[in-house]
Design a binder for this molecule. Structure first.
Ligand SMILES: [Fe+2]
Length: 578
């Protein structure tokens, strides 16, 4: 049985294909159309997924869509009456969803009659919960989904057991941890969709001196939480995300009210210098999020009776908060799948259908993130040739795997910046060793060099370490696996001076633990680097420059040349400056 999951008309549009309960492919539309967080209909992602599975449109049995217009209908109608502009926006989205069958047919150059599949609606947060639990390694687990908003809820929790989940509760609009974080992110002058990540990085530089104030902004409600709505506008003006149809970029309107600057001081303009007050506000925002999040998790531990927890939703990307789960809650195991945000809904909707609705037993664990496109050696060779790289000051050699890993490790150990392009592209927003830029973690200056030459991003944002999984406990204070860079742990005090570049100012690192089975080539690169230097860690940042992570070899070559990296590995090929 073939199930196509589609996250459409929403940020992070994506598609996934599940055949007889096994995930075959999953990818975000942004990797193809090159628009970060792209919304709209994921036509190219769907074409890729079907191609990868070798399926024709008529061979799809079910299509699962993670949005249910009937969920919380009463609340939706209540707000639609109060906010006519919001009602109009919703009507537009619902019309788009009504045409999803036609959009799918069009994406595959077919008529709607070529579709034999049955269509299913899965509520947003139930799809998030499914995306976390049904692909986890746990037979039984607590499950939490927390984000901005989807189907008029922001949070939902459940217990999963075998192929069933039992929902225990939810937090409905307008109360939302995601919108809380977004509103304060905007107030701090970071206005782009997805900027919450920057503020989490900034938080490490401050002190939570406004924590009491933020306890009014987001109030703990025993089991859950509620927002101090005076500080917000979304409950009055409408919460719906919109996107610019022309370029598919998602956008959110202003979400904080005038009470925010009245209480915490002037709004920061985007170009304004970051001062101690801003850093302390970011620290307070983060500290309050952690208080609420960890309180919810402790309650969920009691309610579920499970030692393992699966997390999804945008808040599950808060790796700093996730890293504290082991010390501050009784949970002993944590699983966050790599596309924990809305892209992951495509996988979640498909698995919700397969298990929860169709009652099939579990047989799949997502133990790696490599579900995207792969390009053959022939295709890579052609891309290198088409770019005439060899005649413009670069030498290209094709090497056996072991030799390639040794050469690449030597380049990194010499302080050079290496583009590393291998195998199938990662599912989710983190580069995990197949579309990565790799650098020497021992060099303090590497952060500044990467920012100046390649990444052009804020200096306060940390870079991540990739470590051999077996060495985790020697270098970090925790050794629980973090294969998808969704947990931040404290670097052992005696090791911090050895890996200064990916150690954040607060002594933590948002690590990727690299398992040999999950990614043998990347594991080998890090092992060779360890053999040369005694440090089984490399600095890993995504292969891009203010754009979606590169997908095709052509994009990798283009980014490599544009940003003047020192060397590039594409499959078996090594490109160096001659
Ligand atoms: Fe979501």
């Amino acid at each position: 049985m073939n199930i196509l999951g589609i996250n459409a008309y929403h940020g992070n549009a994506s598609a996934a294909i599940v055949c007889d309960g096994r995930l075959v492919a999953a990818v975000e539309e942004e990797r193809f159309n090159r628009v970060k967080y792209a919304a709209g209909f994921p036509a190219q992602a769907i074409r890729y997924c079907l191609g990868e599975a070798g399926l024709k449109l008529r061979e799809i049995d079910h299509v699962a869509v993670p949005r249910n217009p009937w969920a919380r209908l009463g609340t939706k109608l209540f707000y639609a009456v109060r906010m006519p502009s919001f009602a109009r926006e919703r009507a537009k989205v619902i019309r788009k969803f009504t045409g999803i069958r036609e959009a799918l047919a069009k994406a595959l150059d077919a008529g709607p009659e070529a579709i034999c599949a049955e269509f299913h609606r899965v509520e947003h947060h139930q799809a998030h919960l499914a995306s976390a639990f049904f692909v986890s390694p746990f037979e039984r687990a607590a499950v939490l989904s927390a984000d901005g908003l989807g189907d008029f809820a922001s949070t939902m929790w459940a217990t999963g057991e075998g192929s069933r989940m039992k929902i225990h509760g939810a937090v409905a609009f307008p109360h939302s941890l995601g919108l809380y974080y977004t509103a304060v992110t905007q107030y701090l002058g970071f206005l782009k969709f997805g900027d919450e990540y920057k503020v989490m990085g900034l938080a490490a530089y401050g002190q939570p001196e406004y924590l009491d104030g933020f306890r009014e902004v987001a109030q703990s409600n025993g089991r859950a939480f509620r927002l101090g709505l005076d500080y917000f506008t979304h409950h009055r003006t409408g919460p719906e995300m919109s996107w610019v149809e022309a370029d598919k970029t998602p956008a959110l309107g202003r979400m904080y009210s005038d009470k925010m600057p009245e209480r915490f001081g002037p709004v920061r303009a985007p170009e304004e210098l970051l001062e101690a007050r801003h850093r302390n506000l970011a620290a307070s925002l983060q500290a309050r999020l952690e208080e609420i999040y960890l309180t919810m998790l402790r309650a969920l531990r009691v309610e579920s009776g499970s030692k393992a927890v699966c997390l999804a939703g945008g808040v599950a990307f808060n790796c700093v908060a996730n890293g504290k789960i082991f010390d501050e809650t009784p949970f002993e195991q944590v699983y966050v799948q790599p596309a924990a945000g809305d892209a992951g809904l495509a996988v979640g909707a498909a698995y919700y259908l397969w298990h929860q609705k169709l009652r099939h037993p579990r047989r799949f664990v997502m133990d790696h993130a490599y579900w995207g496109p792969e390009y053959s050696a022939g295709r890579i060779r052609a891309a290198i040739k088409a770019n005439a790289i060899a005649s413009s000051g670069y030498s290209v050699s094709e090497l056996p795997e072991e030799e390639l890993a040794c050469a690449a490790a030597r380049i990194v150990a010499d302080g050079k910046i290496l583009g590393w392009f291998q195998g199938r592209a990662e599912w989710g927003p983190r580069a995990l060793g197949n579309r990565s830029i790799v650098a020497d973690p021992r060099r303090t200056e590497m952060k500044e060099i990467l920012n100046r030459r390649i990444k052009h991003r804020e200096i306060f944002r940390p870079f991540a370490p990739s470590i051999l999984a077996e060495a985790t406990g020697e270098w970090f204070e925790k050794s629980h696996p973090s294969p998808f860079m969704t947990l931040a742990y404290t670097v052992r005090a005696e090791k911090r001076s050895l890996i200064p570049a990916p150690t954040h100012v607060d002594g933590t690192g948002r690590l990727q633990t690299v398992n040999r089975d999950a990614n043998p080539r990347y594991w080998r690169l890090i092992r060779e680097f360890g053999n040369l230097t005694g440090v089984p860690v490399v600095l890993n940042t995504s292969f891009n420059d203010n754009e979606p992570i590169v997908c095709r070899p052509e994009e990798a070559i283009d980014c490599f040349l544009r940003t003047q990296m020192d060397a590039l590995v594409l499959g078996d090929f090594l490109v160096t400056k001659s």
